[in-house]
Design a protein. Sequence first.
Length: 216
Amino acid sequence: MAILAGGAVLGLGTTATVAAWTDTEWVFGGASGTGDNAGVGTSSFEVEQNVVIPFDTAAFVQDETNPGQALTFGLDALSLTPGDSVYAPVALRTVTNSVAGNLMLEPAVAATGVTVVDSGAALWSALTLQVWASETAFTCNASTVASTTTPVITKIVDGALSTTGGAAAQALSAASANTQHYCFKVTLPSNAQTNQSLNLQGRTVAPAWEFSAVSS
């Protein structure tokens, strides 16, 4: 009994080497959780414009440098007399894969590369600007912007051409889900020629406007 007990004690005290099973697991930064979309990335924000009525989808373009596309004020824009106004439309939206954002219309600056006749910027200083905006398409003319029964049209600019920008931002939904329609009105005020020493006849200007866009 003593020998067996001693042997038992000796056996329990012997060091034994045991082999271990091993395994590893990996995960990666995917987008959908299914493993099909690889990586972590950024969204995109891009706005496009259209100055051609009826704003057909195919006519939207991106033009991100001054002077941009030409607004169509018509031939009367080159023959203003005091009290005359001219109108021009433009529509903006996000592109198909863009996130949502907001637009702010900045004050006019001189269009790059356009030759004008306006010594001393007299005509530039005399002209005024009004701009209306709506998510609903509307006719850009005097009767529409003066009407109280048209769809919601908000006046966002009303002041001097060279110093007045938008009073509020307009929202753009993601992926072309909505379109913001704008109507520009440039006016030569009826009192523009009260100072006879300042001759505004035969002058031309070329204002350019930036829509500064920020993703939301």
